[in-house]
Design a protein around this ligand. Structure first.
Ligand SMILES: C[S@@+](CC[C@H](N)C(=O)[O-])C[C@H]1O[C@@H](n2cnc3c(N)ncnc32)[C@H](O)[C@@H]1O
Length: 280
């Protein structure tokens, strides 16, 4: 089942959280000259027109990146993220949203390696086309859960993994845990970042607890809740990112970022955030 298309969601509040944090991880890796590898196990199409019918259907980006677009009071990490998205919108208007592979590639060095997995045939083709001239990138039409073990550890033993599944089926939650467990055995010092939705499912509530138990060398967990559940008690109310072996500076950065995002992206009075870590 591959019904999920990120084009409907590009630039929403969840992308804002995920991509702001992803850029901090990569900037941290950029502090040392030694090359690293980023594996994006669920890469999407790499870029999305916000003028297309998909993005316009629910206008999710209007409650996400659009709310930040013209603000002059952005905290540093959010300002960096918006400035990067602006580079893909040269006319100054918000028309295009770059996905995680494109944002990552924009800040990575030519010696760093990008490994991209995408299963949806259309999104894979778009991604492959977008990266066809990028020598440091490999685009794979394959299952990112299964493919990760062939990508870690990188030769330099420096690297990060973004795991951003669609959670269409409940088994994605279990696959995240199992895939990370295997990857940690091969590459314990890697930085692992998992995105997950805040939805009323037992599996979603359990996921951060399971991940905490797997990360003896330290973790960071950040959530951003922006809206109420619908009248049936369902719907995406927010999202979370869980990092294993996070950069030591990330917690301090998110202390200013998360309250700001909760205030600016919040769609009701109860909008809130959570930030916790276990540092070693
Ligand atoms: C949330 S989207 C990715 C968004 C992207 N990471 C970004 O931030 O721009 C999830 C993507 O995973 C793809 N997908 C679903 N199951 C997959 C799997 N097992 N392996 C690789 N890709 C998969 C979907 O087609 C979808 O494009």
């Amino acid at each position: 089942m591959l019904a999920y298309r990120h084009a409907f969601h590009a630039g929403n509040h969840a992308d804002v959280l995920k991509h702001t944090v992803l850029l901090r991880v990569l900037e941290h890796l950029n502090l040392k000259d030694k090359p690293y590898r980023l594996v994006d196990t669920h890469a999407g199409a790499g870029g999305y027109s916000l003028r297309d019918a998909a993005a316009q259907k629910n206008g999710e980006y209007l409650q996400g990146i659009a709310r930040l677009w013209d603000r002059k009071d952005l905290p540093g990490p959010v300002a960096d993220y918006v400035a990067l998205v602006r580079k893909f919108n040269t006319k100054g208007e918000l028309e295009h949203y770059p996905g995680s592979p494109t944002l990552a590639h924009a800040v990575m060095r030519p010696t760093d390696q990008l490994r991209l997995f995408e299963l949806h045939p259309t999104d894979h083709r778009t991604l492959q086309l977008g990266f066809k001239d990028v020598r440091s990138a490999m685009v794979m039409h394959a299952d990112g859960f299964a493919g990760l073990k062939g990508q870690v550890p990188p030769h330099t033993r420096r690297g990060a993994v973004l795991m951003d599944p669609s959670y269409e089926g409940r088994d994605d939650y279990g696959k995240v845990v199992q895939t990370l467990r295997d990857a940690l055995l091969r590459f314990a010092e890697g930085i692992y970042m998992v995105w997950y939705p805040q939805v009323s499912k037992h599996e979603a509530a359990r996921l951060p607890k399971q991940l905490k138990a797997m990360a003896p060398k330290g973790w960071l967990h950040a959530t951003l809740t922006v809206q109420k559940p619908d009248s049936q008690g369902f719907g995406l109310v927010g999202s979370g990112v869980f990092l294993i072996n996070p950069p030591h500076t990330l917690h301090g950065e998110l202390r200013t970022v998360l309250p700001f995002l909760a205030q600016v992206l919040g769609q009701y009075d109860g909008a809130t955030f959570q930030l916790e870590q276990r540092a070693v």
